[in-house]
Design a protein around this ligand. Sequence first.
Ligand code: PEP
Ligand code: MG
Length: 569
Amino acid sequence: MLALKGIPVSNGAAIAKAYCLVEPDLSYSKKTFQNTDAEIMRLNEAINHTKIEIEHIQTAATQKYGEDKGAIFGAHLLVLQDPELFNGVAEKIKSGMNAEQALDETTQFFLQMFEDMDNDYMKERAADIRDVSKRVMAQLLGVELPDYSRINEDVIIVANDLTPSMTTQLDSTYVKGFITNVGGKTSHTAILARAMDIPAIVGAKSATLDIQHGEGLIMDGSTGEIFINPTNEYIAQYKQLEDELKQSKQQLEKYSQLKSVSKDGHVVELAGNIGKPQDVASVLAVGGEGIGLFRTEFLYMDRLDLPSEDEQFTSYKEVLEALNGKPVVVRTLDIGGDKNLPYLKLPEEMNPFLGYRAIRLCLDRQELFRIQLRALLRASVYGNLKIMFPMIATLEEFRMAKVILEEEKEKLLGENIPVSEEIEIGLMIEIPSAAMIADLFAKEADFLSIGTNDLIQYTLAVDRMNENVSYLYQPYHPAILRLVKMIIDAGHAEGKWVGMCGEMAGDSIAVPILLALGLDEFSMSASSILSVRSQLVTLSKEQLVPHIQNLLQLSTAQQVERVVKNILK
Ligand code: PEP
Ligand code: MG
């Protein structure tokens, strides 16, 4: 039995077979052949098998994830039937190339042609051609491509990396957990694992080399431990752990009906973070008192093009209605960093987290920003909407975003479309420059929401995705605590409420500190709400407040953790 260790990012234990999502080797030799007709037949067979394969995937994807996902594979079937592409391959076979080389060269020719065109639609088709050609090549070589939409038994996914978009496609009926070689605690992939409530370990460096497809695995998402081909003794031990975790989850259920209040009667709001309207149910099931962060970029992902104003309106309305008057904080598009929209064809960047993303992109590409704002404003009459802008670094950005919002509101009113008069407008404080002038923002915003995932990354200059520097990703670093205090005080000085929607809001060491600092709203993955609520009833704000001065004077994150643990004893 071999043991590995990674960064634990989503609690829980899982025991299942490994499903390795490793890119297969599709290299081929340029061998010649005797019979042209037989080679063309081999090509046609590969195309036919690919067609059956894509049809299966299309059906599975439509059933599991809806028409939108299915449509992606519909487009692939069209490519497969494109006579220009495959006649070209047959011609090359006739000139003496084997099917693999003919397919590769023809594909490269079309890819080059499409990618050079100044036409987004044609550029997207290039991606389809690449995908379909890869499938045909795999058929020719007799190599199996990984395809998680067809998983129909319990597995633990093992991959070099999973993009947020791949993660949302995992079917938690069968996927019991995942392990990746790279990644950090607050990468969006890790955040999604917590939202989906499946155990996850990232940054396990050599996992894809050490683990073979089909091998038995145990993973512990609380410690980061992975056991390959575990002994029966280990399996029994972890089965017991699984049962205990299930039981403690059940014991927490009673808190779903209770208010979020500390032992000494201080009431806070515990809200949920969501990415899609479907996520609302899990927040309401645990008695979430609102949505503190709707990451709208997930509405834009896994599609072939931008969602229309009407599509977005429908999603926002659905969430607002489901919350039935409870607050819903919608964050405008935060694309960039580790969240990519291939169809926007954004240029590759050296430092994507510091680059052309979020509000910067929206203020530059106002046509897409305005569509989102219109959809939000139209939906505002269906509930308690609050809008916030991400990645604000300067006051000018915030002012500009508000002006555009106001312009869209005026246009809608001019078209006799009703808009709520009660919408609060706020921003995420996730860049140190914004934190330092939180007092100025507080004068112009209705609320502030602290985005600690990015605030920690930018304050400590530590890439939140990079497992090699994850030791520096320190939520309890005194600099972070001081910044958080500054932001909360700045909001309160102007009579504004202050929330936190970064992962720190659900952290059991941070919660007592945040309570003492007076944070008003804690927003987190639905799966953390009950444990935070159960912790709150054990804490007295009044007794914690006197410790704050001392905590803020400590010099290291380790000391902070130790002192908080002592206080909680
Ligand atoms: C944050 O940065 O804390 C945050 C909530 O936003 P995201 O994790 O989506 O960057
Ligand atoms: Mg952020």
